[in-house]
Write a protein that binds this ligand. Structure first.
Ligand code: GDP
Length: 368
């Protein structure tokens, strides 16, 4: 503050310049926001929040889905039920490829391009953290920094620790919530290292495989199965000196695709090249997806496929529930061990053992 003394005494060495009035250090708006974030919202508040596209509510609800606490499970199921009628309106895209193919870089560039086209994009990345090492492939990687701060995007790593059915259920439920929150495109990233691909293929409309030219031959076996599931293959890293190699590789895959059985939607899978770094052909990827979606919506495969996926899911969950019941039940476990012994000593056949176990299972169930 400028004192009278100071104003009058221009010669004084102690001059204080009048500054701009500073706002109060305590910003009530920030505090309110903080408090609203820290207080635990009710189930109804979370549902309303999701419906209004509030990403804090969406994140909290997804945390409930991922929780192993039975109380959270019940709350999560209520939220999912409320969101279900609002779901189903997005284009669901699976993106797979071996580690290092450029999936995160691709999703970062492709997702950003989609937001520039005014789409709201949710990214669910399945982190294949190993249950044995408890490590995480994705956790220590700084991923999709640009997209993470984009107001039209939402990124959420999906845990993969747990049973495969559990992973696919949680990812599917997260997708339902994202759709209810108004996301137009859901990208599900999965590392091409195993069974997760099938689970993801069974919950998306379009499955994109990213490859790189000259990936090791040892991967060919694994890739063949994945190639059969792909609606499009893009050879990534088609930039700099690598363009010609990428084009040659695309040519090879085009030839290889001729040997596969026809696509069930009457679609001819596309093989092309792109660069996640330069953005080359990313528009072509989107054009391809749109063409596919238009075709399958016209020929009714889109709806049929989604219905088949749901029906398959009931089957998968049922098998998993039965399995869990079976292997968590002490009496069944003991009986299994006893019968296994008899089978190994060639006293009874494996089939007879299975029938005995089924009988015990039914007896236990009917007592509950
Ligand atoms: P991910 O493991 O499949 O998710 O692969 P990343 O996105 O982490 O990419 C692996 C490496 O490849 C990183 O060093 C990227 O910078 C690089 N990369 C990804 N896309 C491209 C691309 O289009 N061109 C080039 N030259 N490098 C790329």
């Amino acid at each position: 503050m400028l004192t009278e003394d100071n104003k009058n005494n221009k010669e004084s060495a102690l001059k204080i310049n009048e500054g701009i009035e500073q706002p109060s250090q305590v910003n009530q708006e920030v505090i309110n926001k903080f408090l609203s974030k820290t207080k635990t919202p009710s189930t109804q508040e979370l549902i309303e929040g999701i419906k209004n596209g509030d990403r804090v509510a969406l994140s909290r609800a997804i945390t409930l889905i991922e929780s192993l606490n039975p109380r959270h499970y019940c709350e999560a199921q209520k939220i999912i039920e409320a969101c279900l009628p609002l779901s189903g309106n997005s284009i669901r895209i699976g993106v797979t490829g071996i580690p290092g193919a450029g999936k995160s870089t691709f999703i970062e560039s492709f997702g950003t391009m989609l937001t520039e086209l005014d789409y709201k994009v949710a990214v669910l990345a399945i982190d294949p953290s190993s249950q044995l090492s408890k490590g995480s492939i994705l956790g220590d990687k700084v991923r999709m920094e640009r997209l993470a701060t984009n107001p039209k995007a939402f990124i959420r790593p999906s845990p993969s620790a747990g049973t495969l059915g559990g992973v696919s259920r949680k990812t599917k439920e997260t997708m339902i919530l994202c759709e209810a929150a108004g996301f137009d495109i859901v990208l599900i990233e999965t590392v091409g290292v195993g069974q997760n691909e099938v689970a993801v293929r069974n919950m998306v409309d379009f499955f994109l495989l990213l490859l790189v030219a000259g990936a090791g031959d040892e991967l060919q076996g694994m890739k063949r199965g994945i190639i059969e599931m792909a609606d499009a293959i893009f050879i990534n890293k088609a930039d700099g000196d690598n363009i010609n190699k990428a084009l040659a590789s695309a040519q090879e895959y085009k030839l290889a695709l001729h040997l596969l059985p026809p696509h069930p939607a009457g679609w001819t899978p596309i093989v092309d090249v792109c660069s996640a770094i330069t953005g080359y052909n990313l528009d072509k990827v989107w054009e391809t997806i749109q063409k596919y979606i238009n075709l399958v919506k016209q020929n009714a495969y889109f709806e049929k496929n989604r219905q088949n996926q749901e029906a398959q899911r009931i089957y998968d969950y049922l098998i998993e529930e039965l399995n869990m019941f079976f292997w968590n039940n002490e009496k069944l476990q003991n009986e299994y061990n006893k019968l296994k012994d008899l089978v190994l000593k060639q006293k009874i056949t494996a089939y007879q053992a299975a029938i005995k176990l089924k009988k015990l299972f039914i007896k236990l169930i009917s007592k509950r």
